[in-house]
Design a protein around this ligand. Structure first.
Ligand code: SF4
Ligand code: SF4
Ligand code: SF4
Length: 810
């Protein structure tokens, strides 16, 4: 009887170990070893191999059975993963994880019986997402990590608990360290919220930590060169220079840009530095151009500035509506749950996006809409629900106000008009509406194309309308889930890196508590947004800019205008891990430590605050961001004096209501989803904590692009995350150059071949990239990923989720 599939029945006696069982197991292991090469000394799995452990446990010292078999070829062709089927014990775990968890189905069983083996579908080389999960699950050394090959024996390394620094999924990872070097990343399937699942970036993207181009010493600009100096020299010079600017032009002549990737502690200290040490609210971040609209939309429409639900809810919910997001690439943990919900729990899935995404394979219906028409499409679904009387009348009557106004604002528009504008057939809109409305539980998932919409705040408010109309908030397995592509976007906003709100989204008028604790009066008037900073720099009103871990020349619209404006600054300080293009322009450059070299917390897309620990020493002279800011602050006369980031967290917990009672000890391995309720975390936000009122909407019809022109879209790809992953060897092996995806039919009609150079120009600017012919984009649409420096998409797309472009073969 096999224990794993024999049902337990009343009265059954279960023996888990006996002499007979020992012998049976010993025999089973012997059979496994019949054709297993005894190459443990050169196998990377040695020391953590299940078969090796079992052979030891059952005292097997030699192979007593022999067969003549031919060795299979080792796969040296596929990137990142090496397959050695000679070591394979045919357990099938890799096929299961690839199929059932990752939904990729990239490997399969071939042949039967003794000849059975596992091969990449379609043959070598392996062509998949390279999530690396098959390596993690393989009990033996049949699948190994090429980046780790021969780097260390596993017992020589220590595993340091940490959090992935890439997307808003916030997967818990372990940095495997030897001699102050991170050699690989693993994750534990029992103690982590991600159940040990990682994506390619988490598994293979850690290489940036040891990139040779890391900034390692402070730099000061002398004439046109940046010269290395000591920390004392750099900080003293920067402080003296800044003092002069403040005394001549006042504190509002100084501004700062915070980081979506830095820790909560770093960002908290950064905004505090501006409000106390300098005395201005001029502090913002790249979120101004995207995620801030999400926060504003949710705060205004629902009274809650983040996801009111959790990834876990996605798994058990009955209907999922995804709009404007390639969830698989943007925030993989949410997509794993969505795939599981559809395949194992019968959830209905509706995916609306202008280009094809992986989730469509699992959807009941895909709604391919014209770029920029998100607001119309959601309105169509709402309209169909109301016209058919499918709204949740009891829920609305009991909980939600303003229903009449919502109905009124929809009067002037018809579903036919919406179908025409969006290019989504009316029947598809109605079916989606019926399913969202009639299922008892449901989640709405929205991402990059929503945050970057010209009316992003209104789109989010309309999604809230849809959730309220169908009663899909305030309960388990219901809610709105934003798909966040940068790891600490939620945390940075929670920490108050915004010109108009204090930490915890508290109003500037409510600054008394802060003033008391910080011993300083805080500025009353709101500061300048990132966009307003640009104009103020051009006008000479802002003379000093402190940039921490962000890059306006890659992340912001109008990079050329920024490049010119930065030249006008009297004081530009860039604090970063790498010498970016903006750091090259700086008067002072401060080298910062990576997440692997310091301690702190990140808050992920489901409000989960998680702690990471220092695994290695900071690279040469690099320092944690909070420490650099504190040192500068002391020289400027405001005495910040934290000796450890846990003290910053204590202050955060005392000032930010959502983080009340949080301490490093309480966070544990799984972290905590804020706000703490009776000492427990909040996987979903109950109705009593939400504002429940429909928003009336006004919207402009998006113009169609002119004939002969194309829609250009951008976004993240599965192998990269922002520009950070372009400094890491793993993701770069899979692709390190920009490309433009063009529909097959369009390519044929223009006479484009794979690899041809394509010039792309909009009213804002031009770029060029080699063509990739693809069925992912529909006719009339092209896609260029935003990671690569040689094709800066922010030159072409500005303050919208698409650009109208002309394309020519170049
Ligand atoms: S790396 Fe991931 S996607 Fe590729 S074969 Fe392994 S499990 Fe499947
Ligand atoms: S998980 Fe490893 S041992 Fe098991 S079938 Fe796959 S390659 Fe073979
Ligand atoms: S990038 Fe996101 S999904 Fe991938 S391992 Fe990191 S946190 Fe997890």
């Amino acid at each position: 009887m096999t224990s794993c599939n024999t049902p337990v029945v009343e009265g059954m006696n279960v023996t888990t170990n006996s002499e007979r069982l020992f012998k049976l197991r010993q025999e089973a292991i012997r059979f496994m070893l019949v054709n297993h090469p005894l190459d443990c000394p050169i196998c990377d799995k040695g020391g953590e191999c299940r078969l090796q452990d079992l052979a030891f446990e059952f005292g097997i010292k030699e192979n007593i059975y022999h067969i003549s078999s031919q060795a299979t070829q080792i796969d040296y062709l596929s990137p990142l993963i090496e397959r050695n089927n000679n070591r394979c014990v045919r357990c099938g775990r890799c096929v299961s994880i690839c199929n059932e968890i990752q939904g990729e189905m990239a490997i399969e069983w071939v042949n039967h019986g003794f000849e059975a083996e596992i091969l990449p579908r379609g043959g070598y080389p392996l062509n998949c997402e390279f999530c690396g999960q098959c390596i993690a699950i393989c009990p033996v050394g049949a699948l190994t990590n090429r980046l780790f090959k021969y780097k260390s024996r596993v017992w020589e390394m220590v595993k340091v608990p940490s959090v992935c620094p890439y997307c808003g999924g916030g997967c818990a990872i372990e940095l495997n360290v030897r001699k102050n070097k991170v050699l690989r990343v693993t994750s534990d399937d029992e103690t982590t919220p991600n159940q040990g699942n990682l994506c390619v970036r988490g598994n293979f993207g850690f290489g940036f930590i040891h990139n040779n181009n890391r900034l390692h010493t402070p730099l000061i600009k002398r004439r046109n060169d940046q010269v290395p100096v000591s920390w004392d020299n750099a900080l003293n010079a920067a402080a003296e220079h800044l003092k002069k600017i403040i005394s001549a032009s006042g504190p509002d002549s100084v501004a700062g840009l915070g980081s979506l990737r830095a820790s909560n502690e770093d960002n908290f200290v950064f905004q505090k530095f501006f409000r106390t040490t300098i005395g201005t609210n001029n502090v913002d971040s790249p979120a101004h151009f995207n995620y801030r609209s999400l926060e504003r939309g949710l705060e205004e429409a629902l009274g809650f500035p983040g996801s009111c639900s959790s990834f876990a809810d996605l798994e058990k919910t009955e209907v999922i509506f995804v709009i404007g997001s390639d969830v698989r690439a943007e925030m993989p943990p949410a997509s794993l749950k969505i795939m599981k919900a559809t395949r194992f729990h019968g959830a209905k899935l509706f995916v609306a996006n202008p280009i094809s995404t992986k989730l469509e394979k699992f959807s009941n219906l895909d709604l391919r809409y014209r770029p920029g028409t998100e607001l119309f499409l959601i309105t169509g679904i709402i309209k169909a629900i109301i016209e058919n009387g499918w709204e949740n009348q009891d829920f609305i009557k009991e909980n939600v106000s303003n229903f009449k106004n919502l109905k009124k604002s929809l009067k002037s528009i018809t579903i036919q008009k919406i179908a025409e504008t969006t290019s989504v057939p009316a029947e598809k809109i109605i079916t989606t509406a019926e399913n969202i409305a009639k299922k008892e539980t449901g989640c709405i998932v929205f991402g990059y194309n929503v945050f970057t919409h010209a009316q992003a705040k209104e789109v989010v408010a309309n999604l809230v309308n849809l959730a309220l109309l169908t009663g899909k908030v305030g309960r388990k397995d219901c809610g709105l889930i934003p798909v966040i592509t940068k790891n600490n976007c939620q945390g940075m906003l929670d920490m108050g890196v915004m010109p108009d709100l204090l930490p915890g989204y508290q109003k500037l008028e409510d600054r008394k508590t802060f003033e008391k604790l910080w011993g300083k009066s805080l500025p009353k008037k709101p500061g300048k947004t990132a966009e307003e900073m640009l104009t103020a720099i051009e006008k000479g009103e802002i003379k000093a800019l402190y940039i921490m871990g962000c890059n306006p020349l890659m992340d912001f619209p109008e990079p050329d205008r920024w490049a010119e404006a930065l030249e006008k600054l009297e004081w530009l300080t860039v604090q970063d891990v790498f010498q970016t293009e903006v750091a090259e322009k700086a008067h002072y450059v401060f080298p910062a430590a990576t997440f692997a070299e310091k301690e702190g917390t990140f808050t992920n897309g489901e409000r989960r605050v998680q702690k990471f620990t220092a695994a290695i020493e900071p690279y040469r002279n690099a320092l944690p961001d909070w420490k650099i800011i504190q040192n500068l602050s002391q020289l400027l006369g405001y005495d910040m004096n934290y000796s450890h980031p846990s003290e910053i967290m204590e202050e955060i917990a005392s000032l930010i209501p959502q983080y009340k009672d949080l301490t490093y000890e309480k966070l544990g391995r799984k972290g905590i989803q804020w706000p703490l309720q009776d000492g427990e975390d909040s996987p979903y936000i109950p109705l009593k904590d939400l504002k429940l009122s429909f928003s009336s909407l006004t919207f402009q019809e998006p113009k169609k692009v002119n004939s002969g022109k194309f829609y250009m879209l951008t976004g993240t790809t599965f192998f990269h995350s922002g520009t950070l992953s372009t400094y890491a060897q793993g993701p770069n092996i899979l692709g390190n150059k920009a490309w433009v995806e063009v529909n097959e039919e369009d390519a044929k009609s223009i006479g484009l071949n794979e690899g041809d150079n394509l010039n792309i120009s909009s009213a804002n600017g031009s770029i060029s990239a080699p063509v990739k012919i693809s069925s992912v984009v529909p006719r009339g649409v092209i896609f260029v990923p935003y990671h690569f420096r040689e094709a800066k998409v922010n030159k072409v797309i500005s303050r919208k989720n698409y650009a109208e472009v002309a394309i020519t073969k170049g």
